[in-house]
Design a protein around this ligand. Structure first.
Ligand code: ARG
Length: 602
């Protein structure tokens, strides 16, 4: 009977979606989508208002403590009767049906309460059938987004800003992919500039092939620090051998001298190999390792010519300055070409954007960069708009605040790898405190790594991106409170329940046996997951997902008190187990989306 009801809703929604010309394909419609279609359809008959208008006015209640859906009547403009009365009238006329058990009005709002029985029967199978795909969307024509994130600088530390860009960018990429976009994950390395001349000079003096092969990132940074010191000492005593040599070397690189480029290429590719491994620990991969070095000269000249034509360029003490106050007072003036002819960061970024559009024809491009570069990024975007590239309007800056107090045992200069290593060690120590449990874990190192990564990531994504936060080992590693380890614990506990009841079938449980309030609240939460993803798409905030996952974990934990599986009759146990399995799947999907690797045992 329930299956037939759902089929009817599917038909109804086919009609509406066709009229609406959204290109969401049928297999991607979830229970809440269907309920919205039903509401709009019935209410249209009552009110005479267009179904699509009604459909688009439906709000979902993310708090989940009151009604499931709401419609603000004033949304439809002036009516012949006052809004309050109209809302009341429509609520009274709403027909009896299997999906919505109650419609009320409160002031000018209509409130809809979805029948939990319908939710159990529709949502649990939906989750268990679509499993890792639950919540995702597909579109007939895929849109393309380029997400540029992480973007560290070779031979310089991978600092907290890069860590946040990596975590947030990874999430944003996953989110777009889940929502049916074609995603290009791009790393724009700081791999060009005169510091590479200096690094080459430093390498001749301090370089060690073995260290370069085994630990390129630390070795190159070490060389860079030492040669900089030497250079500063020279400057103090009025000598400039190192500096001159470095400049000469970089000049050779800029004029494509194969010998000079060979060493630089080695530095770059060894560093990338290392990055690839470290990113993999975070569950992140890049489709493209581009970088400042990859911007073609002609693209930059192209850009400079357009600036010239637009009358934006000025000479100032031999350097070329771009006057952005002509576009917007706030943007100020900035150097774009130095007196020695070298082009700078901004020109390069303009060139890079031109090239990326040519190559990818993206529908949207996202830059995940710290708020310290807000002004810079808006200079870049405004400039591209001013140059009249239609795609410039699709650029988006996803920014974030600072991390304070990040350091490792080795000191305050932070390399991502060391941070992850420290996290893993700390988790291992905690795990070893419980020897009997520890001995049951097959691969403790791998589990500890996943939990350590979760701790760091959840700490980062817990509040709005723009907020600064303090890096605190004790708090993020705690198994109590809203932390990464707690989420992992919630997931692994559900996994172990499933394991110990493998013999039970969850194919067609009798959901009428789920009567507890706790179970109802849980199923309502689970039904909201696809809507939570939509809402994360509009906020582009990882905390939208994090907050939701904690709600699910807490609700599951209140269910444990009353909804036992062990020691129950098979039919009750099966219904409860199906609900728990669905909850585990939703946690799994949400955690993976954030970039965590859900663990099964810990
Ligand atoms: N490498 C830069 C830094 O470390 C970040 C690059 C940001 N992206 C860009 N297109 N400018 O600060």
């Amino acid at each position: 009977k329930m299956a037939a009801q759902r089929e009817q809703l599917d038909l109804l929604s086919n009609k509406l979606y066709q009229r609406n010309e959204t290109n969401c394909i049928p297999s991607n419609r979830y229970t809440t989508d269907l309920v919205r279609v039903f509401i709009a359809n019935e209410l249209s008959k009552i009110s005479g208002i267009d179904t699509i208008k009604l459909h688009d006015a439906i709000l979902w209640n993310s708090k989940g403590d009151d009604s499931d859906f709401m419609i603000p009547v004033p949304k439809f403009g002036k009516q012949s009767i006052p809004f309050d009365q109209l809302a009341k009238h429509w609520a009274e006329k709403f027909p009896k049906n299997p999906y919505i058990y109650k419609v009320t009005s409160k002031g000018p709002f209509l409130k809809f309460f979805v029948d939990p029985k319908f939710l159990f029967n529709s949502v649990v199978p939906e989750i268990l059938n679509t499993n890792t795909k639950y919540g995702s969307r597909q579109h007939e024509s895929k849109k393309k987004v380029v997400v540029e994130f992480s973007s560290p600088n070779i031979a310089k530390p991978f600092h907290a800003g890069h860590l946040r860009s990596t975590i947030i960018g990874g999430f944003i990429s996953n989110l777009y992919e889940t929502m049916g976009w074609d995603v290009i994950r791009m790393n724009y390395l700081g791999d060009w500039g005169k510091q590479f001349g200096l690094l080459a000079v430093g390498y001749a003096k301090y370089g060690n092939q073995h260290l370069l092969d085994t630990d390129p990132i630390n070795h190159l940074f070490d060389i860079y620090v030492r040669i900089n010191k030497d250079k500063d000492q020279e400057t103090q005593s009025g000598v400039d051998t190192i500096d001159t040599e470095a400049k000469k070397y970089f000049k050779k690189m800029e004029t494509n001298d194969p010998e000079a480029l060979k060493l630089w290429k080695t530095f770059r590719s060894l560093s990338i190999d290392k990055y690839v491994d470290t990113y993999a620990r975070l569950g992140i991969h890049f489709d493209v390792y581009s970088g400042e070095s990859h911007v073609p000269k002609e693209k930059m000249e192209n850009a400079l010519n357009i600036f010239e034509q637009k009358g934006l360029l000025e000479e100032s003490q031999g350097a070329t300055v771009i006057d952005l106050t002509k576009i917007d007072k706030k943007l100020g003036k900035t150097i774009i070409k130095k007196s020695d002819g070298t082009t700078l960061y901004l020109t390069r970024d303009v060139g890079a954007a031109l090239q990326r559009y040519e190559e990818y024809h993206f529908d949207k491009m996202i830059y995940v960069i710290a708020t310290q570069q807000d002004l810079y990024t808006s200079q870049l975007f405004q400039l591209l708009k001013y140059m009249n590239f239609p795609w410039a309007n699709t650029l988006e800056h996803i920014n974030f605040g600072m991390v304070k107090g990040m350091s490792t045992r080795k000191g305050t200069v932070v390399f991502l790898d060391n941070i992850l290593e420290d996290a893993k060690e700390k988790v291992l120590t905690i795990m070893k405190n419980n020897p009997s449990k520890y001995s049951q874990i097959q691969d403790p190192e791998i589990v500890a790594d996943s939990i350590g990564v979760s701790a760091i990531m959840i700490q980062d994504m817990q509040s709005k991106r723009i907020n600064n936060y303090k890096f605190e080992w004790n708090r993020m590693l705690s198994f109590e409170g809203d932390t990464g380890p707690y989420l992992q614990y919630a997931h692994s506990r559900l996994y172990s329940i499933a394991q110990s009841h493998e013999h039970l079938s969850t194919a067609r449980p009798d959901f009428d046996l789920l009567r507890e309030k706790e179970a109802e609240s849980l199923i309502r939460l689970l039904s909201q997951y696809p809507d939570v993803l939509e809402s994360a798409m509009s906020s582009e905030e990882p905390c939208t997902i994090v907050t939701y996952l904690f709600k699910v974990a807490h609700q599951v934990s209140s269910c444990y008190k009353t909804l036992w599986v062990t020691g129950q009759s098979d039919d009750i146990a099966s219904a409860r187990l199906a609900l728990y399995n669905a909850s585990r799947q939703v946690l799994h999907n949400g955690m993976s989306l954030l970039g965590l690797t859900p663990v099964n045992r810990m």
